[in-house]
Design a protein around this ligand. Sequence first.
Ligand code: PMP
Length: 429
Amino acid sequence: MIYQRSSALFVEAQKVIPGGVNSPVRAFKSVGGTPIYAKKAEGAYIYDEDGNKLVDYINSWGPMILGHAHKPVVDAVIDKTKSGTSFGMPTEIETDIAKLAVSMVPNVDKIRFVNSGTEACMSAVRLARGFTGKDKIIKFAGCYHGHSDSFLIQAGSGAITFGEPNSPGVTEGTAKDTLLATYNDLDNVAKTIAANQGEIACIILEPVAGNMGCIPPADGFLEGLRKLCDDNDILLIFDEVMTGFRLAPGGAQELFGIDADIVTFGKVIGGGLPVGAFAARTEIMDYLAPIGPVYQAGTLSGNPLAMAAGLAMLKELDANRNIFNSINEKTAYLHKGLAEALTSENVEHTINRLGSMISIHFSETPVTNFDSAAAASNGNFKKFFHGMLNEGIYIAPSAFETWFISDALTYEDLDFTIEACRKVAKSLL
Ligand code: PMP
C-alpha cells in the first residue's frame, strides 16, 4: 500500500503539533513508520488520505460497536446541530440519556456526564476520596485510566508502599498517594492494603484490562477485590471506559455479576463524540456539587451533540440486545481463525479474548499481567502490524492495545483478515 499523502501530512503536522498528533499512540512510535491519515470511514472500513481501504479493528478505540458513520447516530447529531451546539444550560436530552444509561447498568442510581474517560476516572477518584475521607488509591500496573496525575504512576522501589511519577510534571506528593498493585494477584493487593491500613479510599481497575493488550480477570479476582473492599471500607471503581456497553448492556458488572461502587464510562457512551461519565448509587453520587461537598464541573459537559449521538447509540444497543451476541460470535470466529493461522506457521503466540475484545501477544506463556505482557516479542508484533497493514487490515499500533470488534464487520471481512494473518505469519519468527 502507498502512504505518500499520509507521510506528507505527518511532516506538516509535526511543524505545528507536538509529535504531529493530539494523542501519542497515534504517532506509531512503538511500531515505527508513518501514521495513517483517515479521510472518512463507513461501516467496518476506514478510507485513508491515499485512497486505501482498511478493515478497521480499532474502531476509534472502542466506541464504534455498530460501525462507523452509523446512520441513526449521524442523523441524530445532524438534527441536533440545527438547534444550536451548546447552551451551558440544562437540556432535556441529558435526562433522557441518563435514565437510559442508569436503566441498563446494574447497581447505579445516578450518572454524571463529562467530556472524556480521563475526566470520568479523575472525578470518580476525587469522589471516592471525598466520600471515604481517605487519600490513597490502589491502581494496577498496566491498567490505564487516562492522563490525570494520580494515574501516571509507576512502581517505585517500595512498590507495596508507594508509587513514583512516570511522567515529569507529576509531583512526588501526588505519586505517594497512588499505590501500584499487580493485576490478577489478590495476595499482592491484600498486602498493599495491609501496609496502608485505613488509608485507602478506592481500588480502581479495568475489569477486563484492555491497555496491556486484552487481559481478562482471573477466576475469583474480581470477587476477591470486592471482598477486600468490603472488609476494609474501600470503594471499588470499575473503569468501564472500554468494557461498558460492550461486554454486555450493563458492562462488566453485569457480565461477571459483581457490583462496583463507582463505574466510569467513556467512548461508547458518546457514540464517538467526546463523552465520559461516572455513575454510582445515590448515597455516593449525592456527595457531588451542587448538593454535596465534592466539586466537579464542565462547561461542555452534557453537550447536546454528544448527548444526541450517545442516546442514539444506547437506544440501539438497548433495543437490539442480540448485537452483543453477534459481536461476541464474530470475535470468537476471528480468534479461532487467527490461532489456527499462527499455529500452522509455528509462531509462538497467546491470544486473549473476552467478548468482543481480543489481542495477540507474541509469547507462548500465558499473559495475565503487565510483566507477562511486556515479556512478549515486540519485534514480532511490529512485523505483524506492518504486515497486516500492508494487507489492508488496521489493528492498534501497539502490542499494549486491544482490538475492538464492530458489528459492521462481516464474516467475509473476518475471513479476509484470517487469510492476511496466514500470509503475514510466514514472515514471523
Ligand atoms: N480508561 C480506560 C480503560 C481507557 O482505555 C481510556 C482511554 N483509552 C481512558 C480511561 C481515558 O479515556 P480518554 O482517552 O477518553 O481520556
